[in-house]
Design a protein around this ligand. Structure first.
Ligand code: SAH
Ligand code: DHB
Ligand code: MG
Length: 215
């Protein structure tokens, strides 16, 4: 780990103790997820709160998430007051997420749907006001097409992990990074949305979010 990473983490720790706020519920959620052996790849607290604020800003009453893990980001999204439908392929992750959602007192707002997202997506009615894509990275462009299909103009689509420590610049990068490069290039010519990518640093290292508004 470089000293740069350490500074990014130290700043995130400061933000968590100040503007993001102490969060006993999400601390318990992360503890339960870790105890269950889930990978610690959820969004950071500052990023989670950003998702909640974006959902509020959009006035989202229906939110779709692809990739639940232990429900950490779904809980942040549901804190906006919108109803969250979240898709998860791994039965263990879905079980942990449901327990975490209950722990957060948000069972009435979060519906965890078990199964590969490409199987579940065709069964969803929509329209959704906001979509957060954060599942298996090589399928991102297909998930984005579904997000466009399940939303109306004005909806917000957010995609996690689009920068991958800069690996998107490397022709010989892993399949995840190459998929994100292809996704970003596709966004550039996608007339269904107006989009940008914002690079981020913090506890999750160097990565980025794509933000796209349906037009
Ligand atoms: N959004 C979560 C993190 C998600 S990690 C958070 O920030 O809290 C990615 C998740 O996508 C994992 O739980 C993984 O099991 C799930 N996943 C992988 N492939 C999937 C698929 N085909 N369909 C649905 N979920 C999938
Ligand atoms: C990783 C990070 C993520 O935020 C994610 O959604 C999937 C994987 C990772 O660091 O491997
Ligand atoms: Mg992610």
């Amino acid at each position: 780990m470089t000293s740069k990473d350490e500074s990014w983490q130290a700043v995130d720790a400061l933000l968590e103790g100040t503007v993001v706020g102490e969060d006993a519920v999400q601390d318990a959620v992360l503890h339960a997820s870790k105890e269950a052996g889930l990978p610690e790849i959820q969004v950071s607290a500052a990023q989670g709160k950003l998702l909640m604020l974006l959902a509020r800003l959009r006035g989202a009453s229906t939110i779709l998430e692809i990739g639940t893990l232990g429900g950490y980001s779904a809980i942040w999204l549901a804190r906006s007051g919108g109803r969250v439908t979240t898709l998860e392929a791994d039965p263990k992750h879905a079980t942990v997420a449901r327990a975490n959602v209950e722990r957060a007192g948000l069972t009435s707002l979060v519906d965890v749907k078990l199964g590969p997202a490409l199987d579940t997506l065709p069964t969803l009615a929509g329209p959704f006001d906001m979509v957060f894509i954060d599942a298996d990275k090589p399928t991102t462009s297909r998930y984005f097409d579904w997000a466009v299909k399940l939303t109306k103009p004005g909806a917000l689509i957010v995609v996690d992990n689009v920068v991958r420590h800069g690996a998107i610049l490397d022709e010989k990068a892993d399949a995840n990074a190459r998929a994100m490069r292809t996704f970003i290039e596709g966004l550039a010519t996608d007339r269904r949305v107006s989009a940008t990518v914002i690079q981020t640093v913090g506890t999750k290292g160097w990565d980025g979010f794509a933000l796209a508004v349906r037009i």
